[in-house]
Design a protein around this ligand. Sequence first.
Ligand code: UFG
Length: 342
Amino acid sequence: MGRQILVTGGTGYIGSHTVVELQAVGFDVVIIDDLSNSSAEVVDNIEKISGIRPAFEEFNLLDSVKLEAFFVKYSKIDAIIHFAAFKAVGESVEKPLAYYRNNLVSLMNILDSMSKYKIQNLVFSSSCTVYGQPDQLPVTENTPKKDAESPYGNTKAIAEEVLRDVVKVTPDIKVIALRYFNPIGAHPSALIGELPNGVPNNLVPFITQTAAGLRKQLSVFGDDYNTPDGSCIRDYINVVDLAKAHVVAINRLLENSNTERYEFFNVGTGTGVSVLEVLNTFEKATGVKVNYQIVARRSGDIEKIYADTTIANTVLGWKAETSLSDTLLSAWNWEKKIRKIK
Ligand code: UFG
């Protein structure tokens, strides 16, 4: 049996794709998820893709009694990838305490368990949100962090500081934080993908739901930004490519090839793409027209951000591979599959 990896939030969007990639290279995966934003069916679909059913335990990581029992039952875990968190930016403004509690206490419980059960390796799900609107583009790992735009973003910034400080005084623990840019797309099998709750906040699920007829019209938030076509610029990273970055990070920790015990990497494509470019690329890739209108800017949106991925490319030896067009097509195939569109 391969080395055992605990994936918290393993039935979620990025988590489920990462489970599949871990299994593909022989890791034995155990998932903890409370299914607050996913469903148990994802476990079946992971099994359909990989042919291997990951172990699955359903509970919330704030429940330290269940977490204790978990580590007693699974005593051979070599590393943890911690995805489980709340992630809706707008909701976090409404419910800051819920976000701080859920996202930070779960991390602290995981760190306590790592010390207690002698688990050395952790990969943490961070975000480019820690950079805010940077003064210089592209952003490198050394670009100064800015105040977070939302409580959600702040949980990621604080979590990174918690990790840095804990690693300093806990010689047995090593951490890699991956700062994701904008993850999009779905597994090429169309068996797993993003399943937003209610009306999507994010661009690509809104595009695919509009294309599928669930939404009347996409609102493009602003065309008066200081960008070539006036719409905001982001770095959209294919979710399978992103999942593979986690496998590379896990191998780096397990092989002890990390030079520092706390490292962080930008995980993006390195290319900035505007909202209107995403829309045009989607229409070309799928042949489906998307009804849209330009509306006012959305509050809290930053104008442009994209990654300098040199360090991830050279130090991790990881690179985004999938084109935007193929990624958007995968998102559409997933949407068609869940809506039963031919
Ligand atoms: N957009 C639209 N219409 C929509 C949805 C989005 O025009 O219906 C635009 C946004 O204004 C933005 C771009 O599409 O310019 C991307 O928006 P998303 O909501 O998809 O992504 P964000 O960059 O706003 O948010 C992402 C992650 C968050 C994270 C944030 C900052 O989803 O988790 O980056 O790092 F906090």
